[in-house]
Design a protein around this ligand. Sequence first.
Ligand code: KIV
Ligand code: ZN
Length: 514
Amino acid sequence: MSDHVRIFDTTLRDGEQSPGCSMTTPQKLVLAQQLAELGVDIIEAGFAAASPDDFNAVQSIAQVVKGSTVAALSRCQRHDIERAAAAVEKAERPRIHTFIATSDLHMEHKLRMSRNEVLDSIATHVALARSLCEDVEFSAEDGSRSEREFLAKALEIAIEAGATTVNIPDTVGYAVPAEYGELFAWLRANVRGAEKVIFSSHCHDDLGLAVANSLAAIENGARQVECTINGIGERAGNAAMEEIVMALRTRRPYYGLETRINTQRLYPVSRQLVALTGSQVARNKAIVGENAFAHESGIHQHGMLRNRSTYEIMSPEDVGVSRSSLVLGKHSGRAALADRFKTLGHTLDEDALNRAFAAFKTLADRKKEVYDADLEAIAMGSSGDETGPWQLVSIRIAGRIGQGASPEALIELTHEDGRKLRQAAMGDGPVHAMFSAIEFATGFHYGLKDYQVRSLSTGVDAQGEARVTVHAEGRDYHGRAVSTDVLEASALALLEVVNRFARHRALLAQSDAA
Ligand code: KIV
Ligand code: ZN
């Protein structure tokens, strides 16, 4: 590989901590494995000291992921660093990522520490991290707003204490490209020991410049770039991985740099993240948005028909978006289905393919034509994410609907402990009635934060996708389900939430007992 830019993914840490993007441990594991398959060099799995739950998530990811480095974040504090080290201990390639702020603003008002105290803390804690792990990253939080000479001193001390990567975050998304790029050039020229370490960028998108700033850092010698899938993250988000990777690839003659990312997995992983968190991407989002490869105007379509490169700078297949609109039906076989999944960027193992084929047959019986969006929904469902303990047996809706009406829902559920429950409830509408019946039957009390239904394809028999986000016991849970009947999809989405909550509780009880 000519000159390699390391992709450091922080979807599971900086991304996951942003509103609407939280995930349970099993969900994080699904995504971590997808990130490893995508070819991410370093997966930041979480902030191990934040809670026992976060520790468990980082530890499980460290134990399972192969082929990528697994990093745990820690403040420059002994306890944090020891927790981070313990959480990544079993990783094939562990990393401790420790940080402290270096801007006067943060040191004075947030840390209430003097410059010398911050420098001492860096020396002590980077050395501690290095004594526990060979691979140590140091981040100078709010680096882009730090006084240059002091920032250089902080990095020198971190390098002397054993840091192998130094990261200069634009924590508040304040930097502009030429300035941020020049900062990297200056630091590489002026920091003692700079040649021994990898320089890293970490940009937030408050001014919409996160990707441009990251590319400017790369042009000035950064060889690690921190980013997230779909650009999720604090406030306006982090730099979007798919945009950085495709900019480097599409403009390779300009940058002369490569990443290890299998770009054909970018779109499937983006969809997987949407499925896990319920956090949608804008239609016009670069690379992974619904319109990213759609050409609507007559002039553009005319040009495209003559030669695609008139209006297309990269091909949708390169990022895993399929151009063909081949439709499958109930006579399509397993081989055709497997082939279609492959084209769509989903490599399913034998078991997952068997489950997907069964789901496809059921769907094809209910619906004449099965589109790519339907198959994508099936592939997401075969990702090994949790099911049970509750299962939906049937739903009946009775009564008038509309203004002033109170329809009744009768729900039948089973529990894996053998219980069978029938519960009726009335509501302002059928969805309200069903949700109340599920709440009464399962005893799961929650605050509904978001509920959305959309059609996945076209036609009256199109599948509806329902998404539910609820708040319970201090955290958000997301559920998603697909059916040709939107009421069934809604009930299944809520039941997924109930199951997720139940599994999460069981996991916590297990780790408390251990
Ligand atoms: O934005 C930031 O400064 C961070 C650091 C902890 C790396 O996320
Ligand atoms: Zn950040």
